[in-house]
Write a protein that binds this ligand. Structure first.
Ligand code: HEM
Length: 195
């Protein structure tokens, strides 16, 4: 007779991702503010170029605010990454944005538009990317069993639990050794699905 045993619901190794997604919330709130400020810049300069000359002063003022804003964004990206579980690349992008905004201000004041305009577009895209990373759903720390995993593993009569009486399925068989494809219930690989 083929006997079945139900494998344990096994937690996957804790990778850090999704461990405490609550730590992402400060960045989830702050990131869109930074992105909105960044996207305001080309709008203001467009109005300036269209003849509203006082918009250049506003463009410069928003630039000054952005120096502080991207630095705060970088600080908030660290807990969003660990323990928040956000992708680590977003921290690197947030750090690069701090340097980028400083270069951007200098290039703007010097009217070095060959640097200023492409860097401005890059910063606007980078801000959106950091915000998307902050909002990207966290992978749960305890993953569900794979969709194709069997709910019960055929155990051709030689499984770790033997017996047919009231103790059936509870008495360990010390001679049993897990074979390839089986889910061990004890030992060094305890509870891990084969991957
Ligand atoms: C796509 C985005 C951007 C575009 C197209 C853009 C364009 C420009 C242009 C054309 C000027 C020179 C205006 C002139 O005097 O003729 C300028 C100046 C300036 N920009 Fe930007 N900019 C952008 C983003 C930014 C960002 C993100 C910052 C700061 C973080 C910034 C800070 C400045 C500053 C400080 C000036 C000098 C303002 C002044 O002299 O009063 N810009 N920008």
């Amino acid at each position: 007779m083929t006997r079945y045993r139900t494998p344990p619901a096994a937690p996957l190794p804790r990778t850090g991702r999704g461990r405490s997604p609550g730590w992402r919330w400060p960045l989830r709130v702050w990131g869109p503010i930074v992105t909105a400020l960044l996207w305001t810049q080309p709008l203001l300069i467009g109005l300036f170029l269209a003849g509203e000359f006082d918009r250049l002063a506003a463009h410069g003022m928003v630039g000054g605010i952005l120096v502080l804003a991207v630095f705060v964004q970088f600080l908030l990206s660290i807990p969003a990454w660990r323990p928040g579980g956000m992708h680590g690349a977003a921290v690197a992008v947030a750090a690069a944005m701090v340097a980028g905004v400083v270069v951007q201000i200098v290039a703007g004041i010097q009217r070095n538009l060959g640097v200023h305009v492409p860097l401005g577009v890059t910063l606007a895209a980078a801000g959106a990317a950091v915000t998307i990373c902050a909002w990207w759903p966290a992978r749960p720390a305890t993953a569900e069993q794979p969709a194709n995993a069997p709910h019960a593993v055929p155990d051709a009569g030689a499984g770790p639990y033997t017996g047919t009486g009231p103790d059936a399925g509870t008495v360990p068989n010390p001679d049993w050794v897990p074979t390839s494809g089986m889910v061990p219930s004890s030992g060094t690989d305890s509870g891990q699905w084969p991957r």
